[in-house]
Design a protein around this ligand. Structure first.
Ligand code: SF4
Ligand code: ZN
Length: 711
């Protein structure tokens, strides 16, 4: 037998007996009926569920799983068979990790790792993965001989936007080496035991269930999905023991190549298991193996610029300077100019730059971008303007929140000391606008103002009138007032049969693609994911039935879908990929619907969490009764208009309700002549069960009580 298969089987057999004993012990201690579950997932023990269809719910269910696990370890001298034994190790690791959650509801609370990754986080990764904002997923495991090697590699991944999961001593090596870790920084420590690697494996596996509509039990479909659609790879550090090797075999079976930093000699398997002993080559080799291409952005600034820094929070104690609308005038505005009016790449700073402002203080700030271009349209101004938020945040040491005249920008001391100044802010905007909007922007000129009086002047005379005009334009943008809708098929890389139909009143379900965004995307990438749909021959304006919607959706999904009714939750409803901001489901007692948002971790009156509700739809399949959608759609007069409209909403989490209240109350007044409609909608502080909900609706005389049942 080869050394490699020997090692794999050795590891798999060791894990199998460990698992078997652990299950026996747990049953002896807690009994067969003891509940076993991973936190905040609708997919049970995801590896077992996806591979076999078995829904593990209690300890007693695990005995059968041990049988399956053992059957995967054939000890046959064949690499394919040995890789299956690697899958057995994955199953064993999943069981061992699940038992930790039986022992303790928060087994990772005292660890420097997060353990199991909840479903909502996976859903939130959908859009950045499809846009290439997160170009790949790295699994970094073990202990580097020289900590600096792993630190440099992980920082390199971070600067490229790669999502990196850490397992083992590399966690401390990275944190002690100054790597910023946490979900927000895209470097996620999972745990120290090798078995914690399962927590990234189940991310890939749940992606197949959430987005790919892979049927639980279809092992071949699952393996094909992870191999083709999840751009993950593994880097191991330090000597490999048999358990690590067999876990690596599991990764390879899922299609994730493994790069080890020790010399494996003839045990290497080209394309699947390779040695790279020169650490300066690890990143390059890993990306090549997965064919991940990184768009390099060489910017003339003294700090790192990467999407991984988008979530960075800067506390008061760490800040050098703050610009905030709470204390000072601020604005960000993009305006279209005639070609002759502006000078390309002209950067002007009006007022003091960062080194001339007093540390720790709050100042005024205006970011004024003027663009010109033959194909520029005023509709694209807001699309560009909204990206200022992300681009400023990508600078390491800069935090940006808000938009328009309500913003806060903080620069930390570290970035300031590295030499970051406002000119660099302008350079970032210039470079990114010319990179992403080059088709419509020929010239771009940027002015950054910190002089309070001059900021106020720009705010009053230019920015506020521009916002007002834009709001008026948005207000007038209804599904009736435009000639075309757009497809969005970006998510097809994960959900191959899904297509969003984006209209002025129904934005993409991820919340990130409005009709204006789709229009700009069509202009910027003519053959791209957003294609126009004609509205001609509308068959039913209330339900939203259009012949060309059906025809286009059919083409865009290669025939997977043939009919979509835009405003119905029951009749040919729009499909979901899985990355929706909210999910709406029918609440039969009240004849209404409830909505839960991705951030809400609690229970809904349907007896299901967001994650459980969300698992009812996804993968591009039509599921009458459930609808994934963006937050913004809730106050739309088109929301479920086929079934009577948003008047049916009976429950939302408080945070979501507060967020949409102003717009929803306004729409309710206009459409139904109801005052303060949101006061009639329950939330988790009022009811999380049907009886309490019904009592509340009755007391408030919620209009849904007078409507016909939906079904
Ligand atoms: Fe994905 Fe739809 Fe958002 Fe496009 S609009 S990115 S297809 S969820
Ligand atoms: Zn999506």
């Amino acid at each position: 037998m080869s050394v490699l298969t020997d090692l794999i089987y050795g590891g798999s057999n060791a894990v199998a007996s460990l698992t078997e004993n652990a299950v026996k012990d747990a049953i002896a201690k807690y009994g067969e009926e003891q509940k076993v579950a991973m936190p905040d997932t609708a997919y049970f023990l995801p590896t077992i569920y996806a591979a076999t269809g078995v829904k593990v719910g209690k300890l007693g269910d695990l005995s059968a799983c041990i049988g399956v696990l053992k059957s995967l370890i054939t000890n046959k001298e064949d690499l394919g068979e040995a890789l299956n034994a690697g899958l057995a190790t994955a199953v064993g690791a999943e069981i061992i990790e699940a038992l930790k959650y039986v022992e303790n509801a928060e087994p990772y609370a005292a660890e420097s790792g997060i353990g199991f990754v909840p479903d909502p986080i996976i859903r939130s990764l959908g859009v950045p993965l499809v846009t290439g904002d997160i170009p790949g997923v790295a699994v970094v495991l073990g202990k580097a001989e020289d900590a600096a090697d792993v630190v440099n590699i992980v920082k390199d991944y971070q600067s490229k936007g790669i999502m990196t999961f850490l397992i083992g001593d590399v966690i401390e090596q990275c944190t002690e080496g100054g790597v910023k870790v946490g979900l927000d920084f895209r470097v996620v420590p999972l745990g120290h035991d090798v078995t914690a690697v399962i927590h990234v494996v189940t991310v890939a596996i749940r992606a197949a269930l959430i987005f790919g509509n892979v049927t639980p039990g279809d092992l071949q479909g699952l393996l094909a999905y992870t191999k083709e659609r999840v751009p993950a790879f593994v880097n191991t550090f330090g000597a490999l023991n048999e358990v690590v090797v067999s876990a690596g075999a599991g990764a390879i079976a899922l299609g994730f190549p493994v790069v080890a930093d020790v010399d494996l000699g003839e045990n290497q398997v080209p394309g699947a298991l390779e040695s790279v002993t020169d650490h300066t080559m690890t990143v390059k080799k890993s990306l090549e193996l997965r064919n991940i291409k990184i768009k390099v952005k060489e910017l003339p600034i003294p700090v790192a610029f990467a999407s991984a820094f988008e979530g960075e929070v800067i506390r008061k104690g760490d800040m050098q300077i703050e610009f905030s609308s709470h204390k000072q005038p601020t604005c960000e505005v993009v305006q279209t100019r005639e070609d002759s009016e502006i000078e390309d790449h002209k950067i002007t700073i009006v007022g003091n730059d960062l080194d001339q402002l007093d540390a720790g203080q709050t100042y005024a700030l205006a970011t004024f971008v003027e663009v010109a271009g033959a194909k520029m349209q005023s509709d694209f101004e807001s699309v560009i303007e909204r990206k200022i938020h992300a681009w400023f945040n990508y600078m390491e040491g800069v935090m940006h929140t808000g938009q328009r005249n309500q913003i806060r920008v903080r620069v930390n001391k570290e970035a300031f000391e590295k030499g970051l100044r406002l000119t660099h802010f302008a350079e970032v905007l210039y470079a990114m606008i010319m990179d992403e909007f080059d088709i419509v922007v020929d010239k771009c000129q940027i002015t950054i103002i910190t002089d309070t009086a001059k900021v106020q002047e720009l705010l009053d005379n230019t920015a506020m009138p521009a916002y007002a005009a834009r709001d008026q334009r948005l207000e007038s943008l209804t599904d009736e007032s435009v000639d075309v809708f757009y497809t969005c098929t970006l998510c097809q890389s994960f959900a191959p049969s899904h297509c969003c139909v984006v209209t002025p009143e129904r934005l993409g379900l991820c919340g990130a693609v409005s009709w204006l965004d789709a229009k700009a995307t069509k202009e910027l990438t003519p053959a791209g994911p957003c294609q126009p749909i004609s509205k001609e021959g509308c068959e039913d304006p209330v339900k939203g039935i259009y012949p060309d919607v059906n025809k286009t959706v059919k083409e865009a999904t290669q025939g997977a879908l043939s009919k979509v009714t835009l405003y119905s939750i029951m009749e040919d409803p729009m499909t979901s990929c899985g990355c929706f901001e909210c999910i709406c489901g029918i609440e039969p007692f009240s004849k209404g619907v409830i909505i839960a948002n991705r951030e809400y971790a609690g229970m809904t009156p349907l007896g299901m969490t967001f994650g459980e509700l969300a698992s009812m739809t996804g993968g591009g399949v039509q599921t009458p009764g459930f609808m994934g959608h963006g937050r913004h759609f809730i106050a739309s007069k088109k929301f479920m208009s086929a079934e009577g409209g948003f008047e049916r909403i009976v429950w939302m989490p408080k945070e979501l309700k507060d967020d949409v209240a102003e717009r929803l109350n306004k729409s309710a007044k206009e459409k139904y002549n109801i005052d303060n409609f949101c006061d009639m909608i329950a939330d988790e502080t009022i009811a999380t069960d049907e009886e309490t909900l019904m009592a509340f609706l009755t007391e408030k005389e919620h209009p849904v009580l007078g409507l016909e049942p939906i079904m």
